[in-house]
Ligand binder design. Structure first.
Ligand code: GDP
Ligand code: MG
Length: 718
């Protein structure tokens, strides 16, 4: 069959309105994920064939509005304006309809073909909200299709509505919110001026531009600047704004917002009936307990404890399996390849590098599963709401709590998650302290060091490090707010969506999407850096060793055959020789030389060059610090559970508990890994901020570790 045409359909809607669910229903397995140009926001596309058309669907980022406050909003808007999709499906959560229609009023100001998918209509019914959809469609001037995303209801109707628009054009025209006589007068003045420049009107609707000018939309100002009539337009806009300002005491954009809500509440009160007995519904009752200042906080703390317990305990077994699998893979290559550089590259560089990342996948998957449950049930908004009381006192936004929580798993998704914070300053401040929420990859280092120096109290010592991270984060927020990022954090506006029982499928999708993001980082950045690091740690190769290891091995073999030593004694002798040989090699390598050269810098912290090398390798990925230490201490490639490494650390006369603690402090605070910094750069799009992050964390780590070591020495600890 010949396809008639391709139809591009964009799905817009508030977060949690069921956009992704409907997108999945429509496109099934025919999806692929890319990025919007120039930013790291995921762009999901899929397609299906229907009634002879090929329909391409795009899942836009979820937004509450189309102003230019967040990257997501800018992206969604850009896509709609620049790509001009044939139809936009606006997914509206019927159980929360007033809030959701706000986005609709803004979409209808753009020149687009709109269909409302009135989703969650089951929830609305349960809450006693009875919507006269036909009447509401008349009032809004937009066709409405009721849907229940998780039950796949209404999908055919939705598709038919799309085809109807494409084949027969629109039967309704979206109503325009009227902003009142005064504002309307200024709008039409601006309209007239803008309309004279056809280079502008070719791509944009003049009324929309005028409105955005009155709203002080920075993006629109930027975009108009490129046109020659911009000077005149801006002058007129300034005049209009001045006039309106003298009329209204309030902020102009607030009045515009009010008008939109006013329009919505008018339309809703006409077309919606609420049965009185349902007004105080279940969600409200649950909220009475869950956002209560005392019980809410206690439950929140309990929830977080549960999340972490589940994440770390459940992940243990699969992590062991992965370790085993990686070890046997390494063994396989050790056996089939001749000893030499290639063997070392594959086993140490590639398998070691990738393995060190994949091993954290269970942790991350369980953490993200837990976060998906919190988000999809609606609890996450309550958590942010509860936390806002505390976070605001610190100087952060309630929403900052969410990326910071994710930061305990891995900074990479945490930086990505910071995007939910709309205010730029709030977002940057949050991003600058996320690293102190000690990421999962640092944990093995703590386990190793604490196990070696505090075998009975390892847990307590580790806990103190996590607490220190929080304290440092709070102090740093205060400092950053007082210096580089002056001003208060943005006021808290977040709705409390109704509670919902999530579907397993959507939980799994959310979990998988984020875990995949982490894996991709493993596949690309970390792998390449782990190869670079392998190179630095392997070359140049040592030709003559301090000891003649070959002769020593021969001697051991000889002693065995003349029955002076047992087989196991011979084997452990040979392993010891091999290990010292690699230790000598490492010391001789480029990395070893760098480590030795920075010794004067880290001496005040009590560290020697061996710790220096380990810390340098940690910039690539915190995962490799432990295995680097294994090599340096001549016990071979190893993990945090290695008895041999633990014993040789504890027995080393150069180290003490004090140095060990200074080392823990340094590991907690110093620069996040390269992969995290790459994401940081992409998210902030600022080299300056990225360099600042790298520089200040490392300086802080040095300083506090120095204070611990020197202070401890003064107090007579050692
Ligand atoms: P998005 O943030 O807009 O992409 O929302 P999702 O598609 O991830 O959906 C959020 C949650 O709502 C998921 O747990 C879905 O299973 C659930 N959901 C989606 N549509 C409906 C619906 O019509 N009724 C109900 N009760 N739940 C829904
Ligand atoms: Mg989604």
């Amino acid at each position: 069959m010949v396809l008639k045409k391709e139809i591009v359909v964009a799905l817009a809607g508030n977060p949690n309105s069921g956009k992704t669910t409907i997108f999945n229903n429509l496109t099934g397995a025919n999806q692929h994920v890319g990025n919007y140009p120039g930013v790291t926001v995921e762009k999901k596309e899929g397609h299906l064939n229907y009634r002879g058309y090929r329909i391409k669907a795009v899942d836009l980022p979820g937004t509450y509005s189309l102003s230019a406050y967040s990257i997501d909003e800018i992206i969604a808007r850009k896509f709609i304006i620049e790509q001009k999709p044939d139809v936009i499906i606006d997914i509206v959560d019927a159980s929360n309809i007033e809030r959701n229609l706000y986005l609709t009023t803004q979409l209808s100001e753009l020149n687009v073909h709109l269909i409302i998918a009135l989703n969650m209509s089951d929830m609305a019914k349960n809450r006693g909200i009875i919507i006269n959809t036909e009447y509401l469609a008349q009032l809004m001037g937009i066709p409405i299709v009721p849907t229940v995303g998780n039950k796949k209801k209404g999908m055919t109707e939705l598709l038919n509505a799309i085809i109807e628009i494409v084949e027969n054009g629109v039967s309704l025209t979206p109503v325009q919110v009227s902003y009142g006589k005064e504002i309307e007068r200024e709008l039409s003045k601006l309209n007239d001026i803008i309309s004279t420049d056809s280079t502008i009107t070719n791509s944009y609707k003049p009324r929309w531009l005028s409105l955005k000018l009155l709203e002080d939309d920075a993006e629109v100002y930027k975009l108009l600047k490129q046109h020659k009539s911009s000077e005149q337009i801006f002058k007129e806009a300034d005049k209009s704004k001045a006039r309106l300002k003298s009329l209204y005491r309030e902020n102009l954009s607030e009045i515009i917002t009010d008008r939109r809500y006013g329009f919505i509440s008018g339309a809703c009160s006409e077309a919606i009936n609420r049965t009185a007995e349902h007004r105080h519904d279940v969600s409200d009752k649950i909220d009475y307990v869950l956002i209560h200042p005392i019980s809410g906080l206690l439950i929140f703390a309990g929830m977080m404890w549960l999340v972490f317990h589940l994440t770390f305990t459940l992940a243990e077994k699969p992590m062991e399996w992965i370790e085993l699998a990686m070890a046997s893979l390494a063994n396989l290559f050790l056996n089939i390849l001749p000893e030499g550089i290639l063997n070392s590259l594959i086993v140490d560089g590639i398998i070691g590098g990738v393995g060190g990342v994949i091993v954290f996948l269970p942790n991350i998957m369980f953490l993200f599963l837990a976060i998906a449950v919190l988000e999809d049930t609606g609890y996450m908004s309550r958590a942010a709401f509860i936390m806002d009381r505390i976070m605001h006192r610190i100087g952060l936004h309630g929403k900052s709590f969410i990326p910071m929580l994710i930061g305990y798993g891995c900074s990479v998704p945490a930086y990505l998650g910071s995007r939910i914070i709309e205010d730029k300053t709030d977002r940057l401040v949050t991003m600058h302290v996320i690293t102190f929420m000690s990421c999962g990859a640092r944990l093995p280092i703590y386990v190793l060091v604490c196990g070696a120096f505090w075998p009975d109290k390892a847990g307590n010592v580790m806990f103190s490090i996590y607490v220190l991270g929080i304290v440092v984060a709070i102090v740093m927020v205060k400092l950053l707010r007082a210096t580089r990022f002056k001003g208060l954090s943005a006021p808290f506006v977040m709705e409390l969506p109704p509670y919902r029982i999530p579907t397993i499928r959507s939980l799994l999708i959310h979990m998988w999407e984020r875990s995949w993001m982490y894996l991709r980082k493993a596949g690309t950045v970390i792998l390449s850096f782990s190869i670079i690091m392998w190179f630095l740690m392997t070359f140049p190769q040592k030709k003559t060793y301090d000891k003649d290891y070959d002769a020593l091995v021969k001697l051991a073999n000889h002693s065995f055959s003349s029955e002076k030593i047992t087989l196991s004694e011979r084997d452990s002798l040979i392993t010891a020789y091999e290990n010292s040989r690699s230790a000598e090699n490492l010391e001789y390598s480029i990395a070893g030389r760098i480590g030795k050269n920075i010794e004067p810098i880290i001496k005040p912290l009590g560290f020697d060059w061996r710790l220096g090398i380990a810390l340098i390798s940690g910039f690539v990925a915190k995962e490799v610090v432990v295995s680097t230490m294994g090599t340096i201490y001549g016990v071979g490639e190893t993990d945090e559970g290695s008895e041999a490494l633990r014993a040789s650390l504890a027995a080393d006369p150069k180290y003490s508990k004090l140095i060990a603690y200074a080392f823990l402090v340094f590991v907690l605070l110093y620069v996040p890994c390269m992969a995290a910094m790459a994401v940081f750069l992409r998210e902030t799009r600022s080299i300056k901020e990225t360099l600042f992050q790298i520089g200040y964390t490392t300086a802080l780590a040095w300083f506090l570790a120095m204070v611990v070591y020197q202070g401890g020495k003064l107090l007579g600890l050692s």
